[in-house]
Design a protein around this ligand. Structure first.
Ligand code: ADE
Length: 230
């Protein structure tokens, strides 16, 4: 999978080198390229924003550098159309199902804007080049799209076929089946007077599966009732 990231803060993405994603890059499963939006500016100050038409607080990102960035990374006449993602608190919510779907795409382009926003015409221009998605990490506001893009790249990247050592560990984790994960234990069987639940030492796989499913339900009911059907 190829991922292009356009940002005015490329350094945010340096940590991609050290994580699981870094290993995938080394193994050639993920080709992540980070681009500084300012390389597509032409004035002495490398300006990327300006005051909003109609007034109001904050600055809006200018369309021209974004247009040139997209000309290069997602040309209009290209055969393959990338999915162009703009992290935004005004977008659809990012879920595990979103990550799963996006992990099947060949080419993702992340456009990281500051939170006051990007000139709206950029989204229209982008729609001529690929399928455009505005995606929110959650109902809170970050200073820009970078941290959100990082989170999405990690969630998507680990689902790319061949990425995680044991695919079963993905299937059993929180959110994959719509519920929170069951509690996990390892040795020693007693630690600081706290014992591992007997059932897990019983060797009865059917009973263990049932106990885990019950734990998942109870946790989800307590912590995330919104995930359960009415
Ligand atoms: N940019 C600013 N806040 C954001 C959020 N919650 N999700 C995605 N991108 C953002």
């Amino acid at each position: 999978m190829r991922i292009d990231v356009v940002t005015i803060f490329p350094a945010f993405f340096d940590v991609l080198e050290v994580s699981l994603i870094g290993k995938a890059r080394e193994r050639g499963l993920l080709d992540v390229r980070v681009h500084d939006l300012r390389q597509w500016t032409h004035d002495r100050h490398r300006t990327v924003d300006d005051t909003p038409y109609g007034g109001g607080a904050g600055m809006v990102m200018k369309p021209e550098p974004w247009g040139e960035a997209l000309d290069e990374l997602a040309p209009v006449d290209a055969e393959a159309r990338p999915t162009i993602i703009f992290p935004s608190p005004a977008g659809e919510l990012f879920r595990q199902s979103t990550a799963r779907e996006l992990a099947l795409h060949e080419h993702l382009v992340f456009g990281c804007g500051r939170y006051e926003g990007i000139d709206e015409r950029v989204f229209e221009d982008a729609a001529a080049r690929g399928s455009v998605r505005l995606i929110s990490l959650g109902d809170y506001v970050l200073n820009g799209g970078e941290v959100a893009a990082m989170a999405m790249i990690e969630a998507i990247g680990r689902l790319v076929p061949g990425m995680v050592g044991n695919p079963a560990s993905i299937v059993e984790e929180s959110h994959e089946d719509g519920l929170l994960e069951y509690p996990s234990y390892t040795k020693p069987a007693v630690w600081r007077d706290r014992a591992v639940p007997d059932i897990l030492l019983s060797g009865n796989h059917g009973a263990i599966a049932q106990w885990r499913a019950q734990q998942q339900l109870e946790r989800t009911r307590a912590r995330r009732p919104d995930l359960l059907p009415e």
